[in-house]
Design a protein around this ligand. Structure first.
Ligand code: 5GP
Ligand code: MN
Length: 338
């Protein structure tokens, strides 16, 4: 944010406001961690703030401080719509196009509130009065820390807020190993630990709470893993039946795609997950180096994200989706092998 934007934000927050904070649909650790931390900060400052998530979030996040107060739009649409219509300010976190909120898009589009975006994805939209967008950032959680820092208010960051922010930085950086993890990220993490974030127990809460059926599902995914050496690509499929047979819960497949990318020589990995109720195949795409899965997902799968991590969808059957994917790869052969 430039000085002008910082002054504007300070002015907007100088008197008590009704504030709604929104993560993207299918929120992950960064989306939930950043919205909860910001909500806690704004509440401390005397605002009437609430997090409204488009839909439910993974079970492994259901211990984060403050998460009980999240209003889920697709379960409580009436109450959520009222809050959005009455809001003075709407913060949108960890996404940059209102279409990323699914069914909530229309209500947000009709809102009279002033919008503030905090986000680290590429190609931001222009719906917000204040756009704090930085694609070099590891996570939106890191940006929320810098946001509070720019307001010269880091003394208000308490243990609960630090826990939420640490969680989002950890999950979005693959536990501090993706190239987006910088020295500055580690400075922020250090400050968060000083504020009381317990790194050991956060890691356990997120990564060591697997159910037996989830690990069995991982076994199925690894069994389904296919390698296309000529494209340095690996992919995994999971059908609705495979999910149902393993008591699939939201979040259970998070991270599975990374197994494809962990293969030696593989620079592009995809997981295709069937969602019969939405009638789509949801895709998670990951890459190493310069191959942009953001561009790939935007061009072929109505999606987007970052250079090395993106999402998208297909409305074809699983079989046709995979066949079409392999066809599409042919035109990327030289890029993938360069
Ligand atoms: P994931 O594969 O974990 O769902 O998402 C990877 C990254 O891509 C995240 O930063 C996520 O916000 C983004 N992403 C996932 N799905 C979509 C999508 O449909 N559209 C866009 N623009 N971004 C997405
Ligand atoms: Mn993020």
């Amino acid at each position: 944010m430039n000085k002008n934007d910082i002054a504007k934000v300070k002015d907007l927050l100088s008197s008590p406001k009704s504030i709604v904070i929104v993560p993207h649909k299918n929120p992950d650790g960064d989306a939930i961690g950043s919205t909860l931390a910001l909500c806690s900060y704004l509440s401390k400052k005397g605002h009437d703030a609430i997090v409204i998530a488009p839909n439910d979030y993974p079970v492994f996040l259901k211990w984060l401080p403050g998460q009980d107060d999240i209003l889920v739009y697709n379960a409580f649409a009436k109450a959520a719509k009222e809050k959005i219509q009455q809001a003075d300010l709407i913060f949108t976190l960890d996404f940059n196009h209102l279409s990323r909120t699914g069914d909530m898009e229309e209500t947000l589009g009709e809102a009279n509130a002033t919008f503030i975006m905090i986000d680290h994805h590429q190609q931001p939209g222009d719906y917000a009065l204040i756009t704090y967008s930085d694609t070099s950032m590891s996570s939106t959680c890191e940006m929320v820390y810098h946001f509070i820092e720019m307001l010269q208010e880091t003394e208000h960051i308490d243990e609960n807020m630090a826990t939420c922010l640490y969680t989002g930085i950890m999950t979005d950086t693959g536990s501090f190993r993706f190239p987006s993890t910088t020295a500055l990220t580690h400075n922020v993490v250090s400050a968060l630990i000083q504020k009381g974030a317990n790194n050991g127990s956060i890691h356990q809460n997120i990564y060591d709470t697997n159910s037996f059926s989830k690990l069995q599902l991982l076994g199925v995914a690894l069994n389904n893993l296919k390698v296309l050496p000529e494209y340095k690509t690996a992919y995994i499929t999971l059908t609705q039946k495979e999910l149902d047979d393993h008591k699939f819960q939201k979040g259970d497949t998070e991270g599975f795609v990374n197994y494809g990318l962990s293969l030696e020589g593989i620079i592009f990995a995809v997981i295709f997950i069937e969602n019969k109720s939405d009638g789509i195949i949801k895709m998670s795409l990951r890459s190493k180096g310069d191959f942009s899965v953001n561009e790939f997902a935007r061009s072929h799968y109505e999606g987007g994200g970052h250079t090395n991590a993106a999402g998208g969808k297909s409305t074809l059957s699983m079989k046709k989706t995979v066949a079409q994917f392999i066809d599409t790869l042919a035109s990327y052969k030289s890029v993938l092998n360069s």
